[in-house]
Ligand binder design. Structure first.
Ligand code: TRP
Length: 372
């Protein structure tokens, strides 16, 4: 991969060329024919599909063929609990929730407390485990169906997971993990093993039900390496390859890369107060506006590089509202400060409601959690 950007499960940096990722990873474009096919089944397209925020996939046509034959799929996604949830994390989850509603299917949600312990120097297993349950509140707050949504941390569901991870691990050589993930001799041995754990939920329901069930994994494109390995191994164990649908990253508030939970000012957390939201957007959001008001009125702003506009393109669901903001900004009618206020208001309203639901999620957390 050229040096201008990096996308691996553990590092996302630079100005990402998503078309190049499709080529390098060997995935497929989410093209209009497929969008049309999805729309026929769901009645409408989620804005993330209309706007190509979900832009790539593996085996979606196979998955829908099976679905149309009456062979229903389940959903699988997850989170590496290395910190509090920020709004970038919500992007694949919001879409997963939409899929659950539209197709009325089960969801398995993996919290990789083991992964974040193994890969981060500064986190204990106790910390990653408790972060996992805090993060689970954000998942539940999005409205996933109780009884159809199973959330588990790898360490607290290890009895079931480990047995199945062993099946996968036996089929992965050290040289494969090195080639796929770029590991070398100074990686710890837990890191080399870990992908086996992330593969398990891609076939676990098939084991539990004693028959093969198709799996769809909605996820951000950085996780693809894990599922390339899983897709290679699972047929050798007698299971289907999982299908996947991939999203882009919500850009960081400052310029470049994805939002990182470890760079506090680059992110808006789901627990941020209205004041914090306002302060961060005003102070840190990278603007595509001009240096002076006169210049801006005359030449207009650049929505393509403007982070508040980019964020609205993720979170403003109304196409015509978004278009007006785009056109007004470009023509110079809408100023950077005004655009920031539109975003601030949107985030404040959304997060206030999210925080209320997040607190009531504590009462039902048990109903969502798998442990053994
Ligand atoms: N490894 C992922 C992360 O660090 C967490 C994860 C586990 C995941 N299983 C998944 C993400 C399935 C997407 C889909 O965030």
């Amino acid at each position: 991969m050229a040096k201008d950007f990096v996308v691996t499960p553990w590092k996302v940096e630079g100005d990402i060329d998503y078309n190049r990722l499709i080529k390098e990873f060997g995935t497929e474009h989410l093209d209009d024919a497929l969008l049309h096919r999805i729309k026929k089944l769901t009645g409408e397209l989620h804005p993330f599909l209309r706007r190509k925020i979900f832009f790539s996939h593996r085996d979606m046509n196979w998955l829908l063929d099976e679905y149309e034959k009456g062979n229903k799929f389940y959903l699988y996604t997850g989170r590496g609990p290395s910190g509090n949830t920020h709004i970038g994390h919500l992007v694949p989850w919001l879409f997963t929730k939409w899929l659950q509603d539209k197709f009325d299917v089960l969801l398995y949600f993996q919290m990789t407390d083991d992964e974040k312990f193994l890969f981060k120097d500064n986190l204990s297993l106790t910390q990653t485990n408790s972060l996992a349950y805090e993060n689970a509140l954000d998942v539940i707050a999005l409205g996933f169906k109780q009884g159809k949504t199973h959330i588990f941390t790898n360490t607290d569901y290890s009895k079931t997971l480990y047995k199945n991870a062993l099946l996968v691990a036996k089929k992965i050589t050290v040289s494969t993990t090195k080639a796929v993930f770029g590991f070398n001799d100074s990686n710890n041995v837990g890191e080399l093993f870990f992908t086996s754990m992330q593969a398990v939920p891609a076939f676990l329901p098939s084991v539990l039900k004693g028959k093969n069930i198709p799996c769809l994994i909605p996820h951000a494109i950085d996780q693809d390496a894990h599922f390339r390995v899983a897709r290679d191994v699972l047929p050798k164990l007698g299971f289907y390859k999982p299908a996947a649908i991939h999203c882009r990253f919500l850009p960081a508030l400052g310029i470049g890369g994805k939002m990182s939970a470890s760079e506090k000012d680059s992110a808006i957390y789901t627990t941020d107060s209205a004041d914090e939201i306002e302060k961060k957007v005003k102070k840190y959001a990278f603007s595509g506006g001009r240096a002076t008001i006169e210049e801006h009125r005359k030449l207009g702003g650049n929505p393509d590089i403007d982070v508040p506009y980019q964020w609205l393109s993720f979170f403003e669901e109304d196409d015509s509202k978004l278009k007006k903001i785009h056109d007004d900004y470009k023509s110079g009618k809408l100023l950077s400060g005004e655009l920031k206020l539109i975003l601030i208001e949107k985030l404040q309203v959304f997060l206030k409601e999210h925080q209320r639901k997040r607190e009531s999620a504590r009462k039902v957390l048990d109903k969502f959690i798998l442990k053994d």
